[in-house]
Design a protein around this ligand. Structure first.
Ligand code: HEM
Length: 500
């Protein structure tokens, strides 16, 4: 009995020693760091998600005010937080080949729906990124514009039924963005606007949640890959995976059977599938690979996920700020009316001429960056000008929220001030301190699509309604921890007043 207890205590002690052995990582490398405590590491909030990630990292960011970068530990993973815009530029762009991967999760082979552009690394990512980039050329976006407008019309009808009431703006706009992405990328008329409980949207909303269980799975796949394989850890439930794969399979079969060509995202994937192995076309990819139905479904899934949540957040934060700043809203609506009149309707060209609206959206993206941090993973050691090294296998965090709220780069950062992005002022923004879509070869592939649907959504709504705060509007908004993207703790409630 005593022996048994002694063995257990010794094993626990060994486990503890092994766990904390990594906590000297940054000290050995002479990099300032946020000390760690067993078991969570530098700050339990990095793991427990009780607080928005942007806030947790921001507190650390200010503790290391005079340092270009500093180390933290999440559980027992060392991570390097980079603050200096010059080093950020090096990571995202100049030395990109050393930091090509995100390294957020070690992808379990069988979790096929996660093998998408956002999580893939190395050559497979490079090949897919190169092949999928043509999805969003300006020609393609122009061709899709009528689909945006058709979704906007159904959105308008829904809005009219909400006139003069208080609404949860993000919920409403989320239906519009889900419809746009389904229609433009997949040719699917889901009508989420009128059927908000659609299965696809529900799956998307679940996947965007960064629950404790998801974080635990990320940690286990990263720290104990063998255990993760043994436990068959997966991030997408099998039922959802089957649903998405079948959905894509049906679209492909329908198109093949009826000879439908829409020149959209699915068509591009189908062409890649028909051409045989990706990389066999003389474009120098190390290991050619097949575009399987599962790989196609994974790319569709990430476009849906990345497309609907980010744009609906941006639009809701923007309308919230416009509700609070009636002077800015009046200027936006004046511009909208002028440009629509000059172009005989809401055209692609009219939207492009709306410069003030563009400034308002840029300022919203600064104050509420949809993705609070960017992740990179160092695959080859780099020596900085200071002589300091960033070693192979280092996980990197770029604190976007903190940069966007650092008074050194954006004076009075809590103030909503679109003039920061006027023609005269925007050139004075320090490069690599404004990163709402990331930067470099791995930046958001859907940026132009996201901005276009954001503008169509806002213009459609503002043409019909004035937005105002009401007694349920939270001022200021406090961000919450559960979502992987920047999201308010509580619903964003505003009032829609019908324009005469
Ligand atoms: C307002 C809307 C959007 C915002 C704010 C946004 C933001 C971002 C950010 C910050 C990243 C990471 C960039 C980096 O690490 O440097 C990203 C990546 C990505 N986004 Fe977006 N995004 C938006 C819309 C979209 C849309 C509409 C799509 C697709 C239709 C999309 C697809 C993706 C994909 C696939 C990636 C991964 C790219 C790669 O690793 O190669 N995003 N996005």
């Amino acid at each position: 009995m005593l022996l048994g207890v002694a063995v257990i205590v010794s094993l626990l002690w060994l486990f503890y020693k092994h766990w904390v052995s990594v906590y000297s990582h940054w000290k050995k490398r002479n990099i300032p760091f946020y000390p760690a405590k067993f078991p969570y590491g530098s700050d339990p909030n990095l793991v427990k998600l009780k607080e928005y990630r942007g806030y947790t990292i921001d507190k650390m960011y200010h503790k290391f005010a005079s340092h270009p970068m500093f180390g933290v530990f999440s559980l027992r993973s060392p991570m390097l937080i980079i603050k200096d815009p010059e080093i950020i530029q090096l990571v995202l762009t100049k030395e990109f080949s050393h930091f090509r991967d995100r390294g957020i999760i070690k992808l379990p082979e069988k979790d096929v729906l996660n093998h998408h552009l956002f999580h893939l690394g190395g050559e497979k990512w490079r090949a897919l990124r190169m092949k999928l980039t043509p999805t969003f050329t300006s020609g393609k976006l122009k061709a899709m514009f009528p689909l945006f407008i058709s979704c906007a019309e159904s959105f308008s009808s829904l809005l009219l039924s909400k006139a003069d009431s208080k609404i949860d703006i993000k919920e409403l706009i989320g239906r519009f963005t889900a419809d746009v992405i389904c229609s433009c990328a997949f040719g699917l008329e889901m009508d989420v606007i009128n059927h908000p409980d659609s299965k696809l949207r529900k799956i998307g909303m679940e996947r965007i949640k960064l629950t404790f269980l998801t974080k635990l799975k990320i940690a286990v796949t990263r720290l104990f890959p063998a255990l993760s394989a043994l436990l068959k850890i997966r991030f997408t439930p099998l039922e959802d995976e089957n649903y998405i794969i079948n959905l894509v399979k049906n679209i492909v079969e329908q198109r093949e059977k009826n000879g439908i060509v829409r020149n959209d995202f699915i068509d591009l994937l189908m062409q890649l599938k028909d051409k045989g192995n990706i990389g066999d076309d003389g474009q120098e990819f190390e290991k050619p690979f097949e575009m399987t139905l599962e790989l196609m479904a994974a790319q569709c899934f990430v476009f849906f996920l990345a497309g609907f949540e980010t744009s609906s957040s941006l639009q809701s934060f923007c309308l919230y700020e416009l509700a609070l700043h009636q002077d800015i809203q009046s200027r936006v609506i004046k511009e909208i009316n002028e440009k629509i009149e000059r172009n005989n309707g809401l055209t692609y060209k009219a939207l492009h001429e709306m410069e003030y609206l563009d400034m308002v959206i840029s300022e919203t993206s600064r104050k509420y960056p949809t993705v609070p941090v960017l992740n990179r993973y160092c695959t080859k050691t780099v020596t900085l000008r200071s002589g300091q090294k960033i070693e192979q296998d280092t996980m990197i965090i770029i604190p976007v929220w903190s940069l966007h709220h650092d008074p050194q780069y954006f004076s009075d950062p809590d103030k909503f001030d679109p003039t920061r992005f006027s023609q005269e002022n925007k050139d004075s923004i320090v490069p690599y301190t404004y990163l709402p879509f990331g930067e470099g070869p791995r930046m958001c592939i859907g940026m132009r699509f996201g901005l276009l649907q954001t503008k169509v959504g806002i213009v459609t709504l503002l043409q019909k309604f004035k937005v105002e705060p009401c007694e349920n509007t939270k001022i200021p908004l406090v961000m919450g921890g559960i979502s992987a993207t920047t999201a308010s703790n509580e619903p964003i409630i505003i009032k829609l007043i019908k324009r005469s």
